[in-house]
Design a protein around this ligand. Sequence first.
Ligand code: SF4
Ligand code: SF4
Length: 395
Amino acid sequence: MCGLCLPRCPTYRLFGIESESPRGRIALMGALAGGKLPPTAQLKRHLEHCLMCRACEASCPAGVPFGKLMETARELLRSGEPQPKPAGNLELLRRLSPALRLYQLSGIQKVARGARLPRLLGLDELERLLPRSSYRPRLREHYPATGERKGTVGLFTGCVVPLLDGETLTSSIRLLTRLGYDVAIPRGQGCCGALQRHAGRADLAYREALDNLAAFPLDELDAVVYVTSGCGPELLEYERMTGLSPARRQRAAMMSSKVMEISRFLAGIDWPRGLRPAPLEHTVALHTPCSQRWISPKGDPSRDILERVPHLEVVPLPASRHCCGAAGEYMLRHPEIAARLLEPYLEDLQRLQPRFLVSSNIGCSLHIGAALREAGSTLELLHPVTLLARQTGAA
Ligand code: SF4
Ligand code: SF4
């Protein structure tokens, strides 16, 4: 009840009312679970407005596990609903993805936007997130190291990056192989499950976890690296899932021991002497996603790898102390709130005028990228590994 979490909460900062704060939401969840309040539309709205950024949890002196409480409350709310589709937008994106490149490059996108077709189809929020061009590489399952071989890493691609940010994947593969690592990209992997869990569908998250645990040949890997910071906490969560057989729990524990964000992996290994990134006389603004800042707060490893680039000035984006509003599918479900949460970011970027903006989370990149395009900005937004790969000639 101390209220120390309140100033950290983006929705409390925006609305200024208790029921849009962590403390207020805990009270609502308690009343719902205890049967003192029915699941009214108003109660649901206050709980759904939560971004699950977990800034409150990180600042709570009493160690209240807010994320778990909210997941459970959403499960409780979902249990009364018929067949919800928590990751429906993602599924749609997956189905449409073979045609996306044609849609973007052929000029159809411009015509469709002019005719307001996406709006008429109720897809405008999804459509506006599409980057200018989404390069979709055909990935092999195995890439051999070049030069002296040091080991093998598994690459967890996540579900959105292969559809909309192929450059991050090819940059990661080329850097890892240049640094002496074989790269395994097992076909059977899928979404980490975070989107489903945050939507209150732990059952669907569980299914994703089983697929991923079965897909990766963990015995043969030195590490499993991921390129979207939001996937990491979910992959680490597998070993705490209930209902796993002892054998699966053992695999989940092995997964946890090997999972690492790609930037942290790249920052922690020895680089060959001859492989030095080329200097870059520019400023890069660093966006630290909530998953790095609040959920696995070991410092932002993006900064460590960017500092390998001589003369590059790395400036943390002050606004990223608070969630940008992307938050998985939040930007699609609550576009107006998401846009308001993004305003301080755009003000920072306007003031700092960096040459690049880097982010390790695809959801944040899509959300910020759409706003930058609409503002007519030419700022280049990319994954830190892509920038590093470019400077090492590995892009
Ligand atoms: S998770 Fe984030 S948005 Fe939700 S209550 Fe906590 S600080 Fe607020
Ligand atoms: S959740 Fe923690 S920080 Fe927030 S009011 Fe309760 S005890 Fe205080």
